[in-house]
Structure formats: structure tokens, C-alpha cells
Design a protein around this ligand. Structure first.
Ligand code: SAH
Ligand code: SF4
Ligand code: F3S
Length: 473
């Protein structure tokens, strides 16, 4: 798989934009505002966008009205995500009018779709360029072109549906916090679930090299990182080459190796696909204390008929088998999942089958979504779309059941002392509480002395449906 370092054009553009920004900044440096929609992959990409912006001489701001560069990193997973991005980008028209030198770029998954690229080009004259996720390293070139008075640019993805885009190493990363980090280990997806836009907007699956991942993890830990989440649309297929071989080992081998690095840290990973979650991975997790006892395993539906039409390539029974093996190996493991409600053709019995799996597994938490048809995916063309009111009613039933289960699962933590990574504070009822996450990823509010980034032992005194409360000690 081709791996490249930042191309010379990118390096030249970074230096030139920096020189221009340095020359212009008599008083204050120009500011960059980066707005992120979507999943953790996008969060991680935004950190690279900020990293490149910083190299180009921008300071970061949270206020778009003072920015000289606005970058919106978009998501296309559901209609709502796209609409929200369009509406916010629409508001930037006024910012451009007030500050003609403002450069606005729209990046990410939305603009890997030709119809959206066309829309930005024709209907958003104040958007200077679009850039899809696989071309992120070209950001400095795009900024420079506009600064130098060049034309607006709207490139379509540079790679066809069957090409594997190269992995570009060496993009600078600007992380907000030191103690927690996203670490992308692979990009793209080959699974083509019938509802999902990701394989269409992120291109074919490709993995970073073991040495590059290990070097990044090592550097993070040396700098004090306590919690690293390995990211990929389907982390279980890390290391797989286009010919199906695994020359550097598989995901279980990778995470086992990272878990042997020195230091007090936890490793997490997402997302896993049930068809690829291996026994070797379960054994590796059980063997290593540094791998967090949390597994996010998207179920999507509990009905085999729906799973087949979703092209998920597993059955509910297969899924339940993985859960059994995870719990046998790690009885205290936190399990979370994703569920889609109202997939085309979903009958009342299909939906009941999903509720049934929820009752049997008793997930700690679920992320649930109402099916949203995505242009260009097979499911959007299925004739038997579910009426919105039916989907909403099912969604409410699903949430009601899960709320009961989440509460009950949280109650099991009462009286226990858990390892918590402090990540901030919260003022509630005049009292200042610390907030943090357990190894299982649960939110905890607690009293006692701790700073963000500290790992503390918290005695859980009271459980609520979505939060645990306690104190240090
Ligand atoms: N790669 C991960 C995550 C993909 S996106 C995985 O395979 O699970 C995150 C979640 O969004 C998915 O798990 C799915 O539950 C949901 N999702 C994806 N496409 C959707 C659509 N068209 N409508 C509603 N939910 C969707
Ligand atoms: Fe989408 Fe399926 Fe790939 Fe996940 S595995 S990103 S749901 S196509
Ligand atoms: Fe959205 Fe793209 Fe992630 S579509 S969910 S930002 S991969």
C-alpha cells in the first residue's frame, strides 16, 4: 500500500502561507477557526487541519467572527448532519461580507459527493474551496491558492471507487489536551453496509504501518498521554493489504504490542465490526490491563432478515456469541452498541427482535439512530421505506427500554471504587465537581482534589441513568 510523507507542494505552500501571515501580522496573528461535525475520525482529521493551520502561521480561535481562515469539517452520515452544516456555512456569508480577506474551506465527507461539491460551487459563492478527507494534505495548497488571488477550487475525490488512496504520513497534529488522544490507525471502509455513505466518501480501506503507529503512541505516552483511542471505521481489519494478506500482523497483534509500551495509560479502539471481531482480540484484551475494559460493537439490528438486507454479514446469534466470549473473558467489561431504527422493510417483529437482543445483552449504553436514506447507497432505493411516524415511535420505545437498562447497569457500580481519568470540572448547585471517565468510558462527577489529566480512584456513591457520582478515596 503506498505510504508517502507530506508532498513537496504541501511543504512549499505551508512555508509561503506562513511567510505571508508573518508579514501581515504586525499586531496579532491571523486566526483559524475549525468546526467539526461527525465521528471521531473527523475529530482526528480536524486536529490535523489545526496542525497545518498552526504551521501556516495561524493561531486557533473559537470565534469564527475573528477568523481569517474558517474550515468546516463535515459529515454525511445522516441528513441532519448535512443540513446543520449547510445552515452554519450559510451564516458565514455575513462574515465574508464584513471581512473580504476571509478564506472559507469546506472539508470532509460531505464534499466527497459530487452533488454537494456542485452545490457549494454554485450556491455558496463565499466558499473558497472544498476538500475531501483523502486529500486533507492538500489543505495548505488550497489556502495559498486563494491567498494569492487564484480561482475557487472544487476538486472531486482524486481516487476512483476501486483505487486505494495513499496513506499520507507526517501531517502536523494540534491536539487540544495532552492526556487524551485520538490515534488513527486506518482510513476508509470496504464493507459497504447498504445504508452507509462512509465507503463512498472515505474510499477504500488502507492501514498505517505498524512502525508509524507505534512511534506516534510512544511519543504521546512520553508527553503524558493517559488514554489513547485507536481509530478506524473497522479497526478489526487493520493490517489487511488489498490482496488480503496481513504482512505486519493483525489488529490483535497491533494492540497487544502497543499495550506492552511502558507507562500508565489505557488503550481503547473503535469501531469494531462483528463479522471481524476475533477470539484473538478478546484474548489479547483479557491479557493486558492497559487495554480498557470497553467494547463498542455496533449491532444495528437484532433481526437476521434486516441484517442481511443491511449487508452486515453476521446474524444475531453470531453477535450474541461474541458477547458471551467477551463476558467470559472479562466479566466486568462495558459493552456499547449502535442501533438503526426504521431501516427499509423493518417489520414490528424485526424491531421486537432488536429489543430482544437489548434485553439479552444488557448494554451499558447504546447510540441509536433513525434510518436516514443516503443518496448513492442501495438502501435509499429500497421500495419499502418506513414512514417517519412509525420510525419515531419505535425509536422512543427503544430509548425507553435502554434507559431502564442503563440505569440498572450504572447501579451495579454503586459502592465500587473505580479508576477515573479526570477531564474537567462542572459547577452544580454552587458546588464545584470534577468530571471524568471510567475505564469503561462512563461519565463520573466527583468531589475531591484532582486536575484534568489526573488518574484517581473514585468511590461511587450514587448512580443515575447517565452519570455516576462519587468522591475520591
Ligand atoms: N464504522 C462504524 C461506524 C459507522 S457510522 C461501524 O461500522 O459501525 C456510525 C453509526 O451511524 C453506524 O454504526 C450506524 O448505526 C449509523 N448510521 C450509518 N449510516 C446511517 C444511516 N444512513 N442512517 C442512520 N444511521 C446510520
Ligand atoms: Fe459504514 Fe458499515 Fe463501513 Fe461502518 S462498516 S463505516 S456502517 S459501511
Ligand atoms: Fe460522518 Fe464521515 Fe464520520 S460521514 S460519521 S464524518 S466517516
Amino acid at each position: 500500500m503506498p505510504i508517502s510523507l507530506l508532498p513537496p507542494d504541501t511543504l512549499r505552500a505551508i512555508a509561503e502561507v506562513r511567510a505571508r501571515n508573518d508579514a501581515a501580522a504586525a499586531g496579532e496573528r491571523p486566526a483559524a477557526f475549525v468546526l467539526t461535525f461527525g465521528c471521531q475520525q473527523n475529530e482526528a482529521d480536524s486536529e490535523k487541519m489545526r496542525g497545518m493551520a498552526a504551521e501556516m502561521g495561524y493561531r486557533m480561535t473559537e470565534r469564527p467572527e475573528e477568523a481569517g481562515l474558517i474550515l468546516v469539517n463535515t459529515c454525511a452520515i445522516r441528513e441532519h448532519a448535512e443540513k446543520k452544516a449547510l445552515s452554519i456555512i450559510g451564516q458565514y456569508k455575513h462574515l465574508r461580507a464584513a471581512r473580504p480577506s476571509l478564506i472559507i474551506g469546506v472539508c470532509g465527507c460531505m464534499v466527497a459527493q459530487p452533488h454537494r461539491v456542485e452545490e457549494f460551487k454554485l450556491r455558496y459563492p463565499y466558499v473558497d474551496f472544498t476538500l475531501d478527507a483523502a486529500a486533507l494534505h492538500r489543505l495548505p495548497e488550497m489556502v495559498l491558492a486563494r491567498m494569492a488571488g487564484g480561482r475557487r477550487e472544487f476538486p472531486l475525490p482524486a481516487y476512483g471507487p476501486s483505487d486505494v488512496p495513499p496513506v499520507v504520513e507526517g501531517m502536523p497534529i494540534h491536539r487540544e489536551t495532552k492526556w487524551r488522544a485520538w490515534l488513527s490507525i486506518m482510513y476508509g471502509c470496504n464493507n459497504f453496509c447498504s445504508y452507509c455513505i462512509v465507503p463512498h466518501v472515505r474510499g477504500r480501506e488502507r492501514s498505517r504501518r505498524l512502525a508509524d503507529i507505534e512511534a506516534e503512541a510512544r511519543a504521546l505516552i512520553v508527553e503524558g498521554c493517559r488514554d489513547i483511542t485507536l481509530l478506524g471505521q473497522n479497526v478489526n481489519s487493520w493490517g489487511r493489504m488489498p490482496d488480503g494478506s496481513f504482512p505486519e500482523g493483525d489488529f490483535a497483534a497491533l494492540i497487544g504490542r502497543l499495550a506492552e509500551l511502558e507507562g500508565d495509560f489505557r488503550l481503547r479502539f473503535m469501531t469494531s465490526h462483528p463479522k471481524d471481531a476475533s477470539d484473538a482480540l478478546i484474548e489479547t484484551m483479557a491479557r493486558h490491563e492497559k487495554i480498557a475494559r470497553h467494547f463498542h460493537l455496533p449491532l444495528q439490528s437484532g433481526s437476521d432478515a434486516v441484517l442481511a438486507r443491511m449487508n452486515r454479514r453476521y446474524t444475531a446469534e453470531h453477535y450474541l456469541g461474541i458477547v458471551d466470549r467477551l463476558r467470559a473473558a472479562m466479566p466486568d467489561i462495558t459493552l456499547t452498541t449502535d442501533i438503526i431504527v426504521g431501516f427499509p422493510g423493518e417489520t414490528e417483529e424485526d424491531f421486537e427482535a432488536t429489543l430482544d437482543v437489548l434485553r439479552r445483552v444488557r448494554f451499558d449504553m447504546i447510540y441509536s439512530f433513525i434510518y436516514s436514506p443516503r443518496k448513492g447507497t442501495p438502501a435509499a432505493e429500497y421500495a419499502d421505506q418506513i414512514p417517519a411516524d412509525v420510525a419515531h415511535a419505535r425509536f422512543d420505545r427503544l430509548i425507553a427500554l435502554q434507559n431502564e437498562i442503563s440505569f440498572e447497569k450504572n447501579k451495579q457500580a454503586e459502592g465500587k471504587t473505580l479508576r477515573v481519568l479526570c477531564d474537567g470540572e462542572k459547577v452544580q448547585g454552587g458546588e464545584t465537581l470534577r468530571s471524568g471517565r471510567t475505564d469503561g468510558g462512563k461519565l463520573v462527577y466527583f468531589s475531591g482534589d484532582a486536575r484534568p489529566g489526573d488518574v484517581v480512584q473514585v468511590k461511587i456513591e450514587r448512580a443515575e441513568p447517565f452519570v455516576l457520582r462519587g468522591k475520591i478515596g
